[in-house]
Design a protein around this ligand. Structure first.
Ligand SMILES: [Zn+2]
Length: 71
């Protein structure tokens, strides 16, 4: 087995590792995005707001502080 073959195998292993870590980080990011982009309805006015900016009171979600007072 020549040095060229060893280099090619090393390169393939390196590329496989790079692709693996790229796919892994990509799927983690898409999970985060899905969570942040989850839309839930306000329990008071039924306006749909992103979960990240919703206000949670007594296990209910609201679009604003004003509406959360109606909990
Ligand atoms: Zn509301």
């Amino acid at each position: 087995m020549g040095i060229t073959k060893i280099l090619i195998i090393a390169l393939l292993v390196w590329v496989a590792f790079k692709v693996y870590s790229f796919v892994k980080s990509r799927s983690k990011n898409s999970d985060d995005n899905r969570l942040n982009k989850k839309i839930i309805p306000c329990s008071f006015c039924k306006t749909h707001v992103p979960l990240a900016s919703a206000i949670k009171v007594k296990n209910k979600y609201f679009c604003s502080v004003d509406h959360s007072k109606n909990a």
